[in-house]
Design a protein. Structure first.
Ligand SMILES: [Zn+2]
Ligand SMILES: [Zn+2]
Length: 408
């Protein structure tokens, strides 16, 4: 897994401008504030960035001094930057970092190490919840269900449930999430295109508890553009992963994000204009025309749900996992030799060495290559087990019976 090498990235965003910082006019300018198109010094960049977050927190009365505030870290730049800034702006509040190890092979454990180091250096207590150990399944297992192409959506429902469960366990009052301006706008537009107006009305910077036993959810980065978070993280050497989750796919929201970036070239205020139209015009209109959703408690897990059958989306997804009797995706050499005894000759062993570039090729090419093994169990070895595993997941999504053999 590649991590952002801050030293390398720094060279890319930091320039040797031949003039002084446009804000303090004392230090040399070395970085541009993307949304403002002005070049400033490091100190002024940080002040500008942190002040906007502070203003958002104060405007929406997000945090009270006695609150216990939880930040769920994903290992990505947004949640880590959020924790870093909260600690800097409010050194005296009760901060709690949380990491959920989702059991995604060759991914989750590395993120856990990264997050552990980060919290240790930042001196923020970290709570780790290991999903496979605690609940007996991995997010990878959804590859055996009809969620195989949209594992992210299954994962989202599981995480929402865990956020709420862990918040109660740790007696948090507030959960702060790293949703930023680009997230908010792209999700709003996506919901708009789907006609899900009630969903839009729920996208607020501060969401009070919906039920007595729930926590408040806040988004302190609500008005911060994504690019500015990236720059801040690199500038302040905040460690974050630069390795895509193997289950990540292109969602409509991601496509809208790309579109917005293009529009921004012509109008750099476009995101703020859209945010303002949504929050000041559309959301009040929606609220005055729609009835609130009827919420009840899930009969299986006790968390809130708007589902009529009173079974929440997390529990419905768990039911799918319970129906799978064989969740094998990866075997050691010994396990493999044992496994094939029951398969007669209906299997094939493929060495991927020299063919690993297929991973970056189109789905069509991948399908064509494996076509003749369609009905067989396909066992894969690669130069690194991680690569074999990525092939396994890709092939499973295409309905091949693939397995990775751990050679190292
Ligand atoms: Zn300055
Ligand atoms: Zn449930």
């Amino acid at each position: 897994m590649k991590h952002y090498n801050c030293k390398e990235e720094l060279k890319l965003i930091i320039k040797d401008y031949p003039f002084l910082c446009k804000i303090c006019k004392k230090e040399k300018a070395l970085i541009e504030i993307p949304s403002q198109k002005i070049k400033v010094c490091k100190n002024c960049y940080n002040n500008f960035f942190e002040n906007r977050i502070k203003k958002t927190i104060e405007k929406y009365k997000m945090i009270k001094p006695q609150d216990k505030v939880g930040v769920f870290l994903s290992g990505g730049k947004d949640s880590s930057t959020l924790l870093f800034v909260l600690k800097k702006l409010y050194p005296d509040i009760n901060l709690q970092a949380i990491f959920i190890n989702l059991g995604i092979r060759y991914y989750s454990d590395k993120l856990e190490d990264l997050v552990k180091n980060f919290c240790k250096n930042l001196e923020v207590p970290l709570f780790i919840y290991n999903l496979p150990e605690k609940e007996g399944y991995r997010i990878d297992d959804f590859i055996f269900t009809y969620f195989k192409d949209k594992v992210c959506s299954a994962c989202g429902a599981i995480k929402r449930y865990l956020f709420s469960k862990i918040a109660k366990e740790l007696e948090l009052n507030v959960i702060a999430t790293g949703h930023h301006l680009d997230d908010t706008i792209s999700v709003m537009l996506n919901l708009f295109f789907q006609g899900d107006f009630l969903g839009i009305a729920k996208l607020q910077p501060s969401l009070p508890p919906l039920f007595p036993n729930q926590v408040k959810k806040i988004k302190p980065l609500y008005t911060t553009p994504e690019k500015e978070i990236l720059y801040y993280a690199i500038l302040n050497e905040i460690p974050f992963e630069n390795f895509k989750c193997p289950h990540a796919n292109v969602t409509p929201s991601k496509k809208i994000k790309e579109l917005l970036t293009k529009l921004e070239d012509e109008n750099r205020q476009i995101k703020y204009q859209l945010l303002s139209v949504f929050t000041k015009k559309l959301i009040p209109l929606i609220k005055s025309n729609y009835k609130e959703e009827v919420l009840s408690l899930c009969i299986k897990c006790g968390e809130i749900t708007s589902s009529q059958d009173k079974i929440c989306s997390r529990c419905k997804r768990i039911e799918l996992l319970e129906k799978i009797d064989n969740k094998t995706l990866e075997l050691t050499k010994e396990e493999f030799e044992d496994y094939i005894k029951n398969l007669n000759s209906n299997w094939v062993l493929i060495d991927l060495k020299n063919r690993e570039n297929l991973l970056n090729e189109s789905t069509k090419k991948l399908k064509r290559f494996f076509k003749s093994y369609r009905d067989k169990h396909i066992f894969l070895t690669a130069s690194e087990p991680e690569i074999g595993y990525l092939f396994t997941l890709k092939l499973r999504k295409l309905n091949f019976k693939a397995y990775n053999i751990k050679t190292v």
